[in-house]
Design a protein. Structure first.
Length: 490
């Protein structure tokens, strides 16, 4: 992690301000205590037609206390064996928990390798942000011999044993074996393809820390297209049904990276990718780390730049608690609004005024939300984006973008909360009045006044259709009201 050396002591205080929690308050049955996962090595043998997997997951963990008995999240699937440092361990199942009794105590601070062999037909779980609604499921999905995994917020355990809570970030390696002519895609970079005759093993590596819900796997007959953002490859893995125009749309991420880096700092990974899904039931895109997932027909620039923005804000710097998801969605909504208006400050101000009018009409509450059913609401997207707009008007362009760069740099590879951001904004700006400004937008119910536009443009609402086309509005409306919206992004 890069630090701002000029204020090392103060920065250290900011970085250490908020201790990690073991379980998220909104989803307390997910996540486990007693250890920290350093890495996941996930080997999957996938039969796309039958939708079955045979898996071996090896977790490298550090004991945070002396470990005798510990648990992992694993939904369904059949476990055949568990080993700790190569020694067979007793295990049992309790609902969606795998309980492991280590054959020997693992002392606090020591490292252990936990190997779980498992298999079966993965089944998605109900999305706890929309309980009882069959349109909202998480984890491993399957459509016409093409499985894929999307897990926000707590679906990772449908296809691998995990410590499925947002603060336990780890490196990932995937080794996915499929029949020819299928291709397996996962997070990060394809580092090897092992030819096994009629079968191939695709080895993907994500060395930068990743939270569990961002892990993804896709199996299909993909066609690869590539562009470059400087020296970084930008790849698109497209299904046969993906239109050529959409492939070109996803490849625009290369130009977007070139635009974003001077504003928010270096792109945090070695490459960027997009992978498409044909399943008509999938209505949203997702910022799966370094390999974003898109449904059919989702190559709108607004969606592409929204998911790309998350690579900095939501992936590299991720949320510690789900109540603070504005730290991901508010940032992506702001950048999504800025992209088409990047050369026209007055148009950008007008677009933000349109969002403000929407927030006022809907009486949107604070960006930090109160319950799981609100994390994908427009409190998170719209009021979150407006918070950043208000901050920019307060501190000016130069300081505002220095705040974003510092945030992305200082907390790279970490899980954060809202207080961390407020402290960072105050530290970088040197302005204590930033604290009550952010408090009003983030925590208080009344909607603050619309900030004066730096461009001098009158705060005239944007065209209603253009405002409604924002990813944040489409997702927030769909997720908040229980009706999926077409081609929305998270």
């Amino acid at each position: 992690m890069t630090r701002h050396h000029a204020s090392a002591a103060l920065v250290g205080a900011v970085l250490a301000a908020t201790p990690a929690l073991a379980n998220d308050e909104f989803f307390p049955t997910f996540g486990n205590t007693g250890y920290d996962v350093q890495s996941y090595d996930i080997a999957l043998d996938v039969d796309p037609a039958k939708n079955t997997i045979a898996g071996v997951a090896t977790l490298t963990v550090v004991a945070e206390r002396q470990l005798g008995v510990f648990t992992l999240d694993l939904a369904g699937l059949t476990v055949s064996s568990v080993k700790v440092d190569g020694v067979a361990a007793k295990f049992s199942r309790d609902a969606d928990k795998l309980k492991v009794a280590s054959p020997f105590p693992v002392r606090k601070g020591n490292t252990a390798r936990v190997e779980v062999r498992y298999g079966g037909t993965p089944t998605p779980i109900q999305d706890p942000t929309a309980p009882g609604d069959p349109d909202y499921v998480l984890g491993w999905m399957h459509y016409k011999s093409a499985p894929y995994a999307l897990s926000e917020p707590v679906g990772a355990s449908t296809f691998y044993p995990a410590n499925d809570e947002p603060t336990d970030r780890a490196a990932f390696r995937f080794r996915i074996t499929v029949d020819e002519p299928f291709t397996a895609v996962a997070n990060g970079d394809l580092v090897d393809v092992i030819d096994r005759g009629a079968r191939r093993t695709f080895v993907w590596s994500m060395p930068q820390p990743m939270t569990t819900w961002l892990a993804t796997v896709h199996v299909n007959k993909f066609k690869l297209s590539t562009a470059m953002a400087g020296r970084r490859p930008v790849r698109v893995y497209a299904t046969a049904a993906t239109k050529p125009a959409d492939v070109k749309g996803y490849l625009k991420a290369a130009a977007m990276i070139t635009w974003l880096e001077p504003l928010v700092g270096p792109y945090p990974y070695a490459s960027y990718g997009s992978v498409t899904v044909d399943d008509p039931a999938l209505y949203y895109a997702l910022e799966t780390q370094a390999m974003s997932t898109f449904p059919t027909g989702a190559a709108d620039e607004s969606i592409v730049v929204h998911e790309l923005a998350h690579q900095w804000f939501g992936d590299s710097v991720s949320v510690q608690e789900w109540r603070d998801l504005w730290l991901a969605e508010g940032f992506a909504t702001y950048i999504e609004t800025l992209w088409p208006n990047r050369n026209d400050p007055a148009a950008f101000d007008a677009a933000m005024a349109g969002l403000y009018d929407y927030a006022k009409q809907k009486a949107l509450g604070p960006a930090v939300v109160d319950g799981p059913e609100e994390i994908f609401s427009n409190r998170t997207y719209v009021r979150g984006g407006l918070t950043l707009y208000a901050l920019r008007q307060k501190v000016g362009d130069k300081v505002f973008f220095q705040i974003l760069k510092s945030w992305a740099s200082w907390f790279r590879g970490q899980a954060v909360d809202t207080q961390d951001f407020i402290d960072t904004a105050v530290l970088v700006s040197g302005d204590q009045s930033v604290r009550p400004l952010l408090d009003a937008w983030l925590y208080q119910k009344p909607l603050p006044d619309f900030p004066a536009a730096a461009s001098g443009a009158a705060p005239v609402a944007a065209n209603a259709a253009a405002v409604a086309n924002l990813v944040g509005l489409r997702c927030g409306l769909g997720r908040a009201h229980g009706s999926p919206a077409a081609s929305c992004g998270n």
